[in-house]
Design a protein around this ligand. Structure first.
Ligand SMILES: [Zn+2]
Length: 428
């Protein structure tokens, strides 16, 4: 095809995106008005069906996949995912677009109704406005703009809108990957429109090691505490040893992965929770605590092998036990997520980056996420390595009160995604 024809086609697609501005905003607001709060997983079916109807209107074959067999899939809170396909006649590559429609609870501090989908001064407000109902709208209308421009793609577009990303994605993307519905066997590329902003392409994320450190003490009467051994004191010693011993070591490490915000390029260890003795019980009896638990959230960078992440915690524990033989700790894993990133030189990253420059007029910034999201399931279960996150909302507003997304950013990201779809899947 002569280059001028391609330019004209791309111009038509971007015109269709601009023409759909009001529909984009209205659809995002409509999704926000369904409070898909997780936990516990409210109104999932309603939101899945809203997205499903919109996909069907855009020529997709739509079906719903419930997370049968998952314990969190209950009659009160069914886990309903929507999966759709617009198959191409040609043998072009296959692209999967995926977004999660669950949102975290609204929390305190809102100046607007978090579930009204209010539009004011060029911004859409509400829980999920950034993370990531605007992203779902952008991906959906990107494909729709190509269709409205009358362009037939040579490659197939798959679309899924899924549940439970905020609680690990096990009944959502992981379930679809395990069932073979999302598979690297037939999928070349995947884009997840998580909120990184219209000029940032997110290539991957850091790892997570979540674990409990349990101190085992010896109970005694509180009036004769010398007869016991306090598990709470031992947890105190562990916290101090990790803070002063391991903390400075972590602060010296820096990842080559371009994690944003910048301080998250270094690994970290956060104490997520602390319990011990008769914590939380309104009336207490005098006892030396025989058990105390600290839950840790260790974020690690690709340069840190998981074995070493574990071993250095083990060394701190062993040193404390040597120092006082009455101390005894056990470590129990809660969750491990390995770091992941798209391969360098991925054509998906290059195509998205070019589209950012063409639509936004500035160079794309390649970033990585400080926290994990569903990319891990695409990479590790489905085996789709060319997977990135690209979406309109501001990352910093995710999970905050007065969460919002600029309408201009929503339209720009939709344009970038539309050009990306067109360029990746065009007739060869
Ligand atoms: Zn998200």
């Amino acid at each position: 095809m002569p280059p001028t024809t391609q330019v004209r086609r791309e111009g038509r697609v971007l015109d269709e995106v601009e023409a759909a501005r009001d529909e984009l905003v209205a659809f995002t607001s409509e999704m926000i008005r369904i409070p898909t709060v997780n936990p516990p997983g409210e109104r999932y079916r309603d939101c899945a069906e809203l997205i499903g109807r919109r996909l069907a209107a855009g020529g997709f074959a739509v079906h719903y996949v419930e997370a049968e067999g998952r314990p969190e899939h209950t009659a009160a809170h069914p886990r309903v995912n929507v999966v759709a396909r617009r198959a191409a006649a040609g043998k072009g590559p296959r692209l999967h677009l995926n977004g999660h429609f669950d949102v975290v609870p609204p929390g305190e501090g809102w100046s607007v109704d978090p579930f009204a989908g209010l539009v004011r001064d060029g911004r859409i407000y509400g829980r999920g406005a950034s993370d990531m109902k605007s992203g779902i709208a952008a991906a959906l209308f990107a494909v729709e703009a190509v269709r409205r421009a009358g362009i037939e793609l040579a490659g197939t577009v798959d679309f899924s809108a899924t549940v439970d990303e905020e609680s690990g994605g096990f009944a959502g993307v992981a379930h679809l990957c395990e069932a073979g519905i999302i598979s690297g066997a037939d999928t070349d590329y995947a884009i997840i429109p998580e909120p990184f902003g219209p000029t940032r392409v997110c290539v991957g994320h850091r790892g997570v090691y979540w674990f409990d450190a349990i101190a085992h003490g010896r109970a005694a009467h509180g009036s004769m505490s010398h007869l016991g051994h306090s598990a709470i004191d031992d947890i105190g010693a562990l916290l101090e040893a990790l803070r002063t011993g391991l903390g400075p070591q972590l602060a010296r490490r820096l990842s080559a992965l371009p994690v944003v915000p910048e301080p998250s390029r270094r690994p970290s260890l956060n104490v997520n929770a602390l319990t011990g003795g008769q914590a939380g019980e309104p009336s207490q009896s005098p006892c030396v605590a025989d058990r105390a638990v600290a839950t840790f959230d260790r974020r690690f960078i690709p340069e840190e092998p998981l074995d070493e992440v574990r071993a250095e915690i083990g060394r701190v524990v062993a040193a404390l036990e040597r120092e006082d033989p009455a101390r005894r700790f056990t470590i129990e894993d809660r969750m491990v997520v390995l770091p992941t990133s798209a391969p360098s030189g991925s054509p998906l990253v290059a195509t998205l980056s070019d589209a950012v420059r063409d639509v936004c007029g500035e160079d794309a910034e390649l970033v990585a996420s400080p926290g994990t999201y569903d990319q891990k399931h695409f990479a590790r279960i489905a085996g789709i390595e060319h997977c990135v996150a690209y979406g309109p909302g501001p990352l910093e507003e995710a999970h905050q009160s007065d969460e919002s997304c600029a309408v201009d950013d929503l339209v720009a990201a939709t344009g970038v995604l539309a050009l990306t779809v067109l360029r990746l899947l065009r007739r060869a």
